[in-house]
Design a protein around this ligand. Sequence first.
Ligand SMILES: [Zn+2]
Ligand SMILES: [Zn+2]
Length: 332
Amino acid sequence: MQAMLLDGPRRPLREADIDRPHPAPGQLLLRVSACGVCRTDLHVADGELTDPKLPLVLGHEIVGTIVAAGDGATRFPLGTRVGVPWLGWTCGECPYCRSGRENLCDRARFTGYQIDGGYAEYAVADERFCFLVPARFGDVEAAPLLCAGLIGFRALVAAGDARSLGIYGFGAAAHIVAQVARHQGRRVYAFTRPGDAEAQRFALELGTAWAGDSGAAPPEPLEAAILFAPVGALVPEALRRVAKGGTVVCAGIHMSDIPAFPYDLLWGERVVRSVANLTRQDGEQFLHLAPDVPVRTTTIPFPLSGANEALAALREGRLRGAAVLVPDHRDG
Ligand SMILES: [Zn+2]
Ligand SMILES: [Zn+2]
């Protein structure tokens, strides 16, 4: 099968012909229809996440059809369309797993990081960590739901019941979360790279109440803010904009260092927290909610062989929406 391989950090992905994987017991073999490109893929490719298997097939927003099942994998019939998220395996035994926090599992393994992912024609996945994809969504449309949507949703839950919500960094996750937040009756304020008029226009098209530069003051104090941009300097900036009791949620897996800031910014019971990974329950809840909103994903399809271009476009902030890789399946 065709796959795009990461041989090591800071190297372009290499197009390769490799053996189709075999599903181990409990695993499914999926014919990949679409795989989203996530900022986390950039952090892996750039060596900021330091523990990948190598060589590695990136990609953890996989939509595919089950074409074979390993021993004991009976959860879904063959031919079912499923989605595969970042959380690929958990131990089920550690204190986190036993307290409903499998996202923090000490031994968790992640798709497209320690397990080969979806930048390929086929992928294998543990059936227990796969989701049914709501019929309403096409394959390409659904791909960004599986990380940008899921982890964005977890960040939104972490923001509590804030009625006025700031979102810093208006990419794939933000464009989904903004729709969900609006559906819940919240007022959403979008913050982009300074001067990025196109991103601000995109945010307003999606129903945000206001869009401006990351250093600007929103029209009202925020009750919470979510940071999707991996920029540590935005933490004190967001704290400056949240009201007393407000929460700043850092939703990315990697961020540049957070500069020192005066205690005044944290005073008043403001909270800074991160959101890590996802639980299967987050996935079930979000995929149940997404068709009701209904979430409309804006996607930019690339051929599988265009993965390097997709990553470059994401790195340079050139995308309005979510890049999705679509293999062309030469076997028909
Ligand atoms: Zn565990
Ligand atoms: Zn992701």
